[in-house]
Design a binder for this molecule. Structure first.
Ligand SMILES: Cc1cc2nc3c(=O)[nH]c(=O)nc-3n(C[C@H](O)[C@H](O)[C@H](O)COP(=O)(O)OP(=O)(O)OC[C@H]3O[C@@H](n4cnc5c(N)ncnc54)[C@H](O)[C@@H]3O)c2cc1C
Length: 374
C-alpha cells in the first residue's frame, strides 16, 4: 500500500512524535513484551503520554477525546507504534468497555468513566468467563440478587486477565433464572475495592502472572452501575465482543516480523518462510482495511474472520521466532540484541492462549460457517 502525499506527511508526523516521546525505557519494555498485554507500569505511562498529545483514544469519537482520524490514519498510527516498539495499550478499557459505555451508558456513566479511561486512572478487567462457562458463556452462574438499590454478588470469575492490577471490572452476572439462559444476564461495572471481592493468581504455562480467579462473597454493586437493561446484558456483551475480536492485527505482526527479519541469520529456508508470512500478513492487512466501516452482522463476521486469521498468524510467527532464537545462538556471541532470546519462548507459550481467549477459534469458525453457509 502506497501512501498518498497527505498520508506520507501524517506518517512522518507520527514518526517524529514517536522518536521524541517514546522513551528508551518504554521502547525496551515494548521490545521485551512476552504478551499482548503490556505491564500497566508501561501501558499506563504510554497512555498518559499519548493522551497529553491528544492521541490517547484514536478510535473514539472526537466528542469524547478521539482524534477524528480517517481509518487509514489510524492504521498508519498503529503500524508506526508497532514498528517503534511502543507498549500495547490496555484494550479492556479503551476498546471494550468504552464503546459499550458510549452506546448504552447514561450521561452520568459516560461523564464519570470515559475521561478516567482516557487518562489511565481506571484500569479495567473483563469478568465474563466462569469455571464451567467459557465457550458456553450463557450458562454463567455468578448470582446477583437485588437488595434495594444494590445487587449482591456471589460466585466467581476465572481467567480474568490483569484483575490483580485493575481498579474496575465489567462483568456479566445472573439476575434471573427464568426463560433462556441468555435472558437472565445483566452487565455491571464493579469497583475492585468493594469489600468481599478477592483476587487469586493463576500462573500460566510461561510462568507468568497475568491471569486470575476472582471470588465474590456478598459483593454489593450499585444498581446505578448496570449498563443496559436488567436481564439484557447478553445484547450488551455481544456488542462488546465485536470490539474485542475485531481490530488491527496486521500492523503489530508486521512489526514483529520486521524485527525477526533483522535478527534472523541469512538462512535461505528461514528467509523464504519469513517472506511467506509477510505475504500472509499482506492478505490479512487487505482484509482488515476492507472490514473498516462494516457494521452489524457484517462487522461481527469480519471480527470472527480477523480473530482466526490474526491469532493463527501470530502463533506461526511466534513459532518462527523460537526457531530463529535457536539458530541465532552464534549471533549473540557477536554482541547482537539478546531481546529475541529473552522473549521468544515465553511469547510462544503465552501466545498459545490467543486462539482460546476472546472466544476460541473453533467457536469463531462455527460463527463464520453459520453466517456464511447458513
Ligand atoms: C490467556 C487467557 C486470558 C483470558 N482472559 C479472560 C478475561 O480477561 N476475561 C474473561 O472473562 N475470560 C478470559 N479468558 C477466558 C476465555 O474467554 C475462555 O478460556 C474461552 O472462552 C474458552 O472457554 P473455556 O476455557 O471454558 O474452554 P471450553 O469452552 O471448555 O472449551 C474447551 C475446548 O472445546 C472447544 N469447544 C467448546 N465448545 C465448542 C463447540 N460448540 N464447538 C466446537 N468446539 C468447541 C473449544 O474451542 C476448546 O478448544 C481468558 C483465557 C485465556 C486462556
Amino acid at each position: 500500500m502506497t501512501d498518498t502525499a497527505d498520508l506520507a506527511a501524517f506518517r512522518a508526523e507520527v514518526r517524529a512524535f514517536l522518536a521524541e516521546s517514546l522513551t528508551p525505557e518504554l521502547a525496551r519494555a515494548g521490545r521485551r513484551a512476552t504478551s499482548v498485554f503490556a505491564h500497566p507500569d508501561h501501558s499506563i505511562a504510554w497512555q498518559k503520554i499519548l493522551t497529553a498529545k491528544g492521541w490517547g483514544a484514536i478510535d473514539w469519537p472526537v466528542e469524547y477525546g478521539g482524534t477524528g482520524w480517517s481509518p487509514m490514519q489510524k492504521y498508519i498510527f498503529s503500524a508506526e507504534c508497532a514498528r517503534a516498539g511502543a507498549p500495547n495499550l490496555l484494550p479492556q478499557g479503551l476498546k471494550m468497555v468504552a464503546p459499550v459505555l458510549m452506546h448504552y451508558g447514561s450521561d452520568e456513566q459516560k461523564a464519570f468513566f470515559l475521561p478516567r479511561i482516557l487518562s489511565g486512572e481506571h484500569y479495567w478487567c473483563q469478568g465474563f468467563s466462569e469455571p464451567g462457562s467459557g465457550s458456553d458463556l450463557a450458562s454463567l452462574k455468578l448470582k446477583a440478587e437485588r437488595d434495594g438499590d444494590h445487587y449482591v454478588l456471589n460466585g466467581s470469575k476465572i481467567w480474568t486477565t490483569h484483575a490483580h492490577f485493575a481498579n474496575w471490572m465489567f462483568a456479566l452476572v445472573r439476575t434471573s433464572n427464568e426463560g433462556k439462559p441468555q435472558a437472565g444476564i445483566s452487565f455491571v461495572l464493579i469497583d475492585m475495592a468493594t469489600p468481599g471481592l478477592k483476587v487469586d493468581p493463576i500462573i500460566s504455562l510461561a510462568g507468568e502472572h497475568e491471569l486470575n480467579q476472582v471470588f465474590f462473597d456478598n459483593v454489593r454493586v450499585p444498581v446505578a452501575n448496570r449498563l443496559g437493561e436488567e436481564n439484557d446484558g447478553w445484547s450488551v456483551a455481544k456488542y462488546l465482543l465485536t470490539f474485542e475480536r475485531g481490530g488491527r492485527y496486521a500492523p503489530g505482526l508486521f512489526g514483529q516480523l520486521a524485527k525477526l527479519a533483522e535478527e534472523a541469520p541469512e538462512d535461505p529456508v528461514l528467509r523464504e518462510r519469513l517472506r511467506r508470512e509477510a505475504v500472509t500478513l499482506e492478505a490479512l492487512e487487505a482484509l482488515e482495511l476492507k472490514s473498516i466501516g462494516a457494521s452489524g452482522a457484517k462487522a461481527a463476521l469480519y471480527a470472527s474472520v480477523l480473530k482466526v486469521q490474526g491469532t493463527e498468524a501470530a502463533q506461526r510467527i511466534d513459532t518462527l521466532a523460537c526457531e530463529i532464537a535457536g539458530l541465532a545462538g552464534w549471533a549473540i556471541a557477536d554482541g547482537q540484541s539478546p531481546d529475541l532470546l529473552a522473549t521468544a519462548l515465553p511469547r510462544y507459550l503465552n501466545g498459545r492462549a490467543a486462539t482460546i481467549y476472546a472466544g476460541s477459534n473453533e467457536i469463531q469458525r462455527d460463527l463464520i460457517s453459520r453466517a456464511v453457509l447458513g
